[in-house]
Ligand binder design. Structure first.
Ligand code: ZN
Ligand code: ZN
Length: 318
């Protein structure tokens, strides 16, 4: 799992930060890319990364404010031009289907792939044998969702000593045992997967929220998460503005992470009022409440290695 931020600004783009978009790269898990929000010029940001639009398999939209969706029609069109022909699923709040279908129709945008637009509310919105995605309503003036992505436990590792002892021949039987199936050997003996594999490994949980004031739903979505992505449009000195506009301060984000017992917090959706030199102060204010905090920059990358989230510094585009 890898998380790459494409836009970390609030409301409108600045030279430093584009509008909201973050890619959860699940290629290693066999799921392609999942994109969360698609602010204007998200496809331009993608050009500065090795990521390919055709590999986007799912898009999750948090809410219908322009800084979260205005990049969608262009990206969908380019995905088609660039050879994307596999089905694309888009999830988001009510109104998304009408807006997107109208835009694609009026602009005669032709897509060479099947597009499934699913308007969703609270609950489990995606589930397969590897992942579960849960949505909840946040608090933001218009309907706005937060998403919790849970990877299901992974089968335990194959214990080489045990398979050798049992005399399992090399080849497809080993894979079946590793994947949790019991097998019958050519000599007729039955080998149970549980006897030759270790304990199942826990999967990761990533929570990616849309714009919101502090609310219980955000805490619930982030419960024990390995990684929480939370907006921080304002700092502690502009708390009154945060409340007025349905946003969070860096303190609200840190409080949510702390109350949820999340392991790491990445703050995004940073107002253009904060110059790069102000970011240290923002970080300091948040760290006083929740120490394992990063302020996302455009192109920041976070990678899941050995059960932990590691920060790879933002690589500025060439
Ligand atoms: Zn926004
Ligand atoms: Zn918004």
């Amino acid at each position: 799992m890898e998380l790459q931020f494409l836009g970390t600004g609030a409301g409108m783009p600045s030279k430093m930060r584009n509008t909201s978009a973050v890619i959860l790269n699940l290629s290693a898990e066999g799921e392609g890319y999942w994109l969360f929000d698609c602010g204007e010029a998200t496809q331009h940001q993608l050009l500065h990364t090795p990521l390919k639009p055709r590999k986007i398999a799912k898009i999750f939209i948090t809410h219908l404010h322009g800084d979260h969706i205005f990049g969608l029609p262009g990206l969908l069109g380019s995905r088609s031009f660039l050879g994307g022909n596999e089905r694309l699923e888009i999830y988001g709040p009510s109104g998304l289907k009408e807006w997107l279908e109208t835009t694609l129709r009026i602009t005669t945008t032709h897509l060479n792939y099947e597009l499934l637009i699913q308007e969703v509310g609270e609950g489990i919105i995606v589930e397969d044998d590897k992942f579960k995605v849960i949505a909840k309503n946040l608090q933001h003036g218009i309907p706005c969702l937060g998403y919790r992505i849970e990877q299901k436990p992974l089968p335990g590792k194959l214990l080489i000593d045990k398979v050798n002892e049992a005399g399992v021949p090399k080849g497809p039987l080993l894979k079946e045992l590793k994947d949790g199936s019991d097998v019958t050997l050519p000599d007729g003996r039955l080998i149970f997967s549980k006897d030759v594999t270790g304990e199942p490994q826990e999967g990761f949980t990533v929570t990616i929220l849309g714009d919101t004031s502090y609310c219980n739903a955000a805490v619930e979505l982030a419960l024990d998460a390995d990684l929480l992505v939370h907006e921080a449009t304002f700092d502690m000195d502009t708390d009154n503005l945060a409340k007025e506009y349905g946003h969070s301060t860096i303190g609200d984000a840190a409080r949510t992470a702390s109350e949820a017992g999340a392991k790491k917090l990445i703050a995004n959706h940073i107002s253009a009022r904060f110059m790069p030199s102000d970011v240290a102060k923002l970080k300091e204010q948040g760290e006083a409440i929740f120490p394992t905090l990063h302020i996302a920059e455009d192109f920041s990358r976070f990678v899941w290695i050995d059960g932990q989230v590691k920060n790879l510094n933002a690589e500025k585009p060439s």
